[in-house]
Design a protein around this ligand. Structure first.
Ligand code: ATP
Length: 296
């Protein structure tokens, strides 16, 4: 019997993000290139005798109740499989919160994976993904991991060959951005053809294993909204480019910015500049990581 499990819940960045339209129910049709990164939250699951789910985290402002996506994930499986034992979830967050890195979704994905294992439910990866979409559009991708094309509302996934390895510098400015607000502003905008990134071209470049070509196709239609409101996003990108990034862009609805580097020395310089140096006023959280392509 498994009484304790340690899990790593990895964050994602978007190498490309296009919005194709809005559905009547308010959801948006998207076309995105998803990429898992090494930056992760740590989750520990403990079986407990008394029934019920308990959750605690290292961040006082995160919900420690049903509102937490990790709690919702445990509840979904434990109710379906009529599990009467209890579960205690210990969450240590490292992925920036409300930042466009799918932090909550990846915690939910890891808890689905962990509960399945701990209680021997025997669900396949696909069966976990089917349940994950009920918790959030990005949850199935967080179960799949790696490099993938994401369509529909985010649940139609096509795995792609892994990206060539490089350094990934992540910087989150100290502002909070509501995903809902960003989509509402986008809906009110008249987009031109050239505002849409070339996602098909990026898929082709990924299939060719050409990192520079992929970086040359970077584009995130939501950046029009978020970077328009918050100039700090463009400023962080500029620092990364000046220090030698192959390219830099905003992830998801922001405000996190990432840059790809083929030179570890250049990545380190950019990290130090944003973390301690001249540019240290721009970002509140800065991490140097890489692509993560291993399956759970
Ligand atoms: P996405 O990239 O999917 O838009 P995000 O990075 O914008 O995600 P999250 O970090 O998932 O956003 O957090 C969004 C909100 O969800 C937060 O305001 C937070 O209160 C709530 N939340 C619930 N559970 C969690 C969790 N386990 N981790 C982080 N946030 C959570």
């Amino acid at each position: 019997m498994i009484s304790h499990l340690r899990l790593k819940a990895y964050g994602k960045i978007n190498l490309g993000l296009d919005v194709l339209g809005r559905r009547e129910n308010g959801y948006h049709d998207v076309k995105m290139i998803m990429q898992t990164v090494g930056l992760h939250d740590r989750i520990e699951l403990y079986r407990k005798e008394e029934p019920g789910i308990a959750i605690q985290s290292n961040l006082f402002y995160l919900p420690d109740n049903e509102q937490n996506l990790a709690y919702k994930a445990a509840k979904l499986l434990m109710e379906e499989f009529d599990i009467h034992e209890g579960l205690s979830i210990h969450l240590r967050k490292f992925i920036p919160v409300a930042a466009g890195m799918a932090g909550g979704s990846t915690d939910a994905a890891s808890v689905l994976f962990g509960v399945n294992k701990m209680f021997g439910l025997g669900l396949s990866r696909e069966e976990l993904m089917e349940r994950g979409v009920k918790l959030g559009a990005d949850v199935p991708y967080c179960i799949l991991r790696g490099t993938a094309l994401s369509e529909g509302i985010g649940e139609k996934l096509t795995p792609l060959p892994p990206m060539p390895q490089c350094q990934v510098l992540i910087a989150k400015p100290g502002i909070s951005v509501s995903t809902k607000m960003v989509y509402e502003c986008l809906d009110a905008m008249e987009l031109r053809k050239e505002d849409h990134p070339d996602i098909d071209g990026m898929v082709e470049a990924i299939r060719q294993g050409d990192l520079r070509k992929v970086a040359g196709k970077f584009g995130n239609v939501l950046e029009l909204v978020t970077a328009g409101k918050y100039p700090v996003i463009g400023q962080i990108e500029q620092v990364m480019m000046e220090e030698g990034a192959v390219n830099a862009m905003m992830s998801g609805s922001g405000p996190t910015v990432f840059g790809l580097f083929t030179s570890p020395a250049a990545a380190q310089r950019a990290y130090e500049s944003l973390r301690f140096g001249e540019a240290s006023g721009l970002a509140k959280q800065v991490y140097l990581t890489n692509f993560f392509n291993m399956k759970a």
